[in-house]
Design a protein around this ligand. Structure first.
Ligand code: ADP
Length: 166
């Protein structure tokens, strides 16, 4: 079985992420979307368990997509789940440099692991979770940015959290 892992912060999941999830799920037998908790980064807006819940909500029509949360190295996670492919989305050349470096480090840690890059659809090229949080803070329409099922929750959470998460 070809199992792939799509790691990221997903704070929160955007339409850009969802597009990569759907395309990867059509290529691989099973896709595990893994919310990676990186201790070096700040706490973020949503706690990891809630990010997982939001991704589950928007992928419940995709039977071969699983959602999980993990601390530590993605290479270790892939090894323990017997996955040999990491999926990453590329938006711009600026993503490329750090993603290639990470792909090489991951292959060094787990030589059977390959990273597959899916290019963004141009309509999502400018989209990131940071942009979503910033727009939500100013009350902008989020319907072009996050799946419609989670718009209300993103708004609420931003209102509750004030500026702490930025
Ligand atoms: P961000 O906070 O920038 O959205 P994440 O860590 O949540 O970053 O992203 C997880 C993965 O999804 C990364 O491989 C990232 O390059 C990719 N990604 C994020 N946004 C998009 C997008 N709009 N189109 C394609 N890939 C994306």
């Amino acid at each position: 079985m070809r199992r792939a892992i799509y790691p990221g912060s997903f704070d929160p999941v955007t339409l850009g992420h969802l597009d990569i999830i759907k395309r990867a799920a059509a290529i691989f037998d099973e896709l595990i979307v893994c919310v990676s908790v990186n201790s070096a980064k700040n706490m973020g807006l949503f706690p990891p368990e809630e990010r997982v819940e939001l991704i589950r909500q928007v992928t419940d029509d995709l039977p071969n997509v699983k959602v999980d949360c993990a601390q530590g190295l993605v290479a270790d996670y892939a090894k323990s789940h017997r996955a040999r492919v990491l999926v990453k989305g590329l938006r711009a050349v600026s993503d490329y440099e750090s993603e290639i470096q990470m792909a090489m480090v991951n292959a060094k840690l787990y030589p059977r692991l390959d990273t597959v890059f899916l290019y963004t659809r141009p309509k999502y090229a400018y989209l990131s979770s940071t942009v979503v949080k910033e727009l939500a803070r100013y009350g902008a329409d989020l319907s072009d940015f996050v799946p419609r099922q989670i718009i209300g929750r993103v708004r609420e959470k931003v209102a509750e959290s004030g500026r702490e998460y930025l």
